[in-house]
Design a protein around this ligand. Structure first.
Ligand code: HEC
Ligand code: HEC
Length: 462
C-alpha cells in the first residue's frame, strides 16, 4: 500500500468519525412531539376504528406511536413535522368536538384521500407497509359511511322555507347581485354566473345537496374545442349547491340555496393554488366564506386529488361523445335531437332515488327568464324547455357523489302563441339507447308530461 493511499484512508476514517459524531449530536436536536390527552375521540364501530387506528392515528391523533426508526434524526424531523401538520388539519382525538355534519364531511374526504392514493402519504407508506389501506378495508369504510340509499321522509318545514326563499327571490331573479364582498383572498364575486352554460350536474349523498356546475364563455369554448387539458386561462366554473328537498317518494328537488363556489383559471397568477383562484359565497346573502386568505388551502387540499384533470373534478358533458378520460362520455347527448339543451341555461335539477336517475331542466332564454321571473303566468310563445334524464353513475372522482350516466330520455316542450296570445304546447320525447323519438298516446300521457315539466320551480340563484 502506498503512502498516499494510506493518508487518504486516514482522512476518510476521520471524516466518517466526524459524521458519526455529528449524527449522534443531531439526535439531541429534537422538536418536541407530545401526546396531549384524548378528549373527544372519534366514535365509530370497531372494524372502522381499527383501520383508522392502524393507518392514520400515528399522524392524525394524540396517540402517536413512533417506531424506533421514526425516532432517528433526520427522519424524525420529517415525522414530527408531518404529525403536527396532520393534527392541525384533522385530529381524530378531537373529532367529537365537531358537529356531526362536519365529522361526516371529514370522513368522506378521508375515504377519498385514501381512494386516490394520497393518504397515508406515499413516502410514509414506503416505510410503513402496514399502514396501507387495502381495497377490502376501503370498502369497510365506504359501507360505514353510506350503507344504502334510503327514501327520506318529506320535510314540510324545509319545503316551506324553500318556497318562501323562492318567492322572495323572484322579483330580483334577473338582476345581477351588486355589492357582494370579495372572498378573503380578494377573489371577486362574478354575478353573471347564473347565466353561464351547463357543464354538469351532481347528486351529493355525502351532504344531501344537489349541485349544478356552470361555465363561462372561455370554458364553453374550451369544451367545444376539446381544449380542457389544461383548462385555458380565463376559464371559470360556478358550482351552485342547494339542499336536497325530499318529497317522501324518493324524489329530491332543489330546496333552499346553500352556496355558490367559483374557480377562475390563470396558471401564472394563481400558481400557488394549483393555477386556480377559489371563492365561496354562502346563503342568499352571499356571505364570503373563510376567515382569511388561507381558506383556499381547504379548497386545494381536496382539488389536489385531481392532478390529471387540471385540479377540476367535473368531467364536462358534451352534446356529442368526445375523447374518453376528460369528458363524461356516457352522459353525452346525441346529435339527432331537435335542440341542444347544453347551449341553454339551467332552470333546475332533481333526483329520483327509486329509479336511480337524475334530471336537469334546461330552458332557452325566453323559458329561463320566464321560469325565474313570472312563475304565476303560463310560459309565453318562443319558450322551449328540455328535461334530460340520466341513469346515475357513481362519480369516479368523488366517493359521496353521483353524476349523470347513460341518457335515458330527453323531453322537449315547445311553446307557441296563437293569434289570441293563448299559449299552445307541443311535446316530443326521445328515449332508449340510442335515443330515438317515441310517441306517447295523445291526451292524458302527453298532458301529464307537459304539466310535470312546466310546473317545475326554478332553482334560486342569487
Ligand atoms: C405520516 C403522517 C400521516 C399519516 C399516517 C396520514 N396522514 Fe393524512 N395528512 C398528513 C398531513 C401532513 C396532512 C396535511 C396535508 C398536507 O400538507 O399534505 C394530511 C391531511 C389529511 C387530510 C386533509 C384534511 C383537511 O385539511 O381537509 C385528510 C382527510 C387525511 N389526511 C386523511 C388521512 C387518512 C384517512 C389517513 C389514514 C388512512 C391518513 N390521513 C394518514 C399526514 C398523514
Ligand atoms: C372535500 C373536498 C372538497 C373541498 C374541500 C372543496 N371542493 Fe370543490 N369540488 C369537490 C368535488 C368533489 C367537486 C365535483 C362536483 C361535486 O360533486 O360537487 C368539486 C367541484 C368544484 C367546482 C366545479 C369545478 C370542478 O372542479 O369540478 C368548483 C368551482 C369548486 N369545487 C370550488 C371549490 C372552492 C371555492 C372550494 C374552497 C372554498 C372547494 N371547491 C373546496 C370537492 C371539494
Amino acid at each position: 500500500m502506498t503512502l498516499l493511499s494510506r493518508t487518504r484512508l486516514r482522512a476518510l476514517a476521520l471524516l466518517a468519525a466526524f459524521l458519526a459524531v455529528c449524527f449522534l449530536g443531531l439526535q439531541f436536536i429534537r422538536p418536541e412531539l407530545s401526546n396531549p390527552p384524548v378528549l373527544a375521540d372519534l366514535q365509530a364501530p370497531a372494524p372502522v376504528k381499527l383501520i383508522l387506528r392502524t393507518s392514520c392515528y400515528n399522524c392524525h391523533s394524540n396517540e402517536t406511536k413512533l417506531s424506533w426508526y421514526d425516532q432517528i434524526v433526520p427522519g424524525y424531523w420529517l415525522v414530527a413535522r408531518d404529525v403536527k401538520l396532520a393534527r392541525s388539519h384533522m385530529n381524530f382525538s378531537e373529532f367529537g368536538r365537531m358537529p356531526a355534519a362536519q365529522q361526516s364531511a371529514f370522513l368522506y374526504e378521508a375515504v377519498n384521500q385514501v381512494q386516490f392514493g394520497q393518504m397515508p402519504p406515499a413516502q410514509y407508506r414506503l416505510i410503513h407497509r402496514g399502514s396501507i389501506v387495502t381495497p377490502a378495508e376501503l370498502e369497510v369504510l365506504k359501507n360505514y359511511l353510506h350503507p344504502a340509499d334510503e327514501i327520506q321522509p318529506a320535510d314540510p318545514a324545509q319545503a316551506a322555507a324553500a318556497e318562501a326563499e323562492y318567492q322572495k327571490w323572484v322579483p330580483r331573479a334577473e338582476t345581477l347581485a351588486t355589492g357582494v364582498p370579495p372572498a378573503p383572498n380578494g377573489m371577486a364575486f362574478l354575478p353573471d354566473y347564473k347565466n353561464w352554460k351547463p357543464v354538469s350536474t351532481t347528486d351529493r349523498f355525502d351532504n344531501n345537496t344537489m349541485r349544478v356546475i356552470l361555465g363561462n364563455d372561455v370554458t364553453v369554448r374550451a369544451i367545444a374545442e376539446n381544449n380542457i387539458h389544461p383548462w385555458p386561462d380565463g376559464s371559470a366554473f360556478a358550482k351552485i349547491a342547494w339542499k336536497q328537498q325530499p318529497d317522501g317518494q324518493g324524489g329530491l328537488q332543489t330546496g333552499t340555496f346553500y352556496q355558490v363556489e367559483m374557480m377562475v383559471k390563470d396558471a401564472k397568477k394563481y400558481a400557488s393554488t394549483e393555477g386556480w383562484n377559489f371563492g365561496r359565497w354562502r346563503g342568499t346573502g352571499l356571505t364570503p366564506y373563510g376567515k382569511n386568505s388561507s381558506f383556499a388551502v381547504e379548497c386545494t387540499s381536496c382539488h389536489a386529488m385531481m392532478p390529471d384533470n387540471d385540479f377540476a373534478f367535473t368531467m364536462p358533458i358534451k352534446d356529442r361523445a368526445e375523447p374518453p378520460g376528460l369528458f363524461n362520455r356516457e352522459a353525452a347527448l346525441p346529435d339527432n335531437l331537435p335542440y341542444q339543451p347544453f347551449r341553454w341555461g339551467v332552470i333546475t335539477s332533481s333526483v329520483n332515488r327509486r329509479d336511480g336517475t337524475m334530471s336537469t331542466l334546461y330552458g332557452n332564454d325566453v323559458a329561463l327568464t320566464h321560469a325565474r321571473t313570472s312563475p304565476q303566468t303560463p310560459y309565453p310563445g318562443g319558450a322551449v324547455l328540455s328535461l334530460v334524464t340520466w341513469r346515475e353513475q357513481e362519480d369516479r372522482h368523488w366517493f359521496g357523489g353521483r353524476i349523470p350516466g347513460q341518457v335515458q330520455s330527453a323531453e322537449f316542450v315547445n311553446v307557441s302563441a296563437r293569434p289570441d296570445l293563448q299559449s299552445v304546447y307541443s311535446y316530443q320525447v326521445y328515449r332508449g339507447t340510442p335515443l330515438t323519438q317515441t310517441t306517447l298516446s295523445e291526451g292524458p300521457d302527453t298532458q301529464a308530461r307537459i304539466d310535470a315539466i312546466l310546473s317545475q320551480r326554478a332553482a334560486v340563484m342569487p
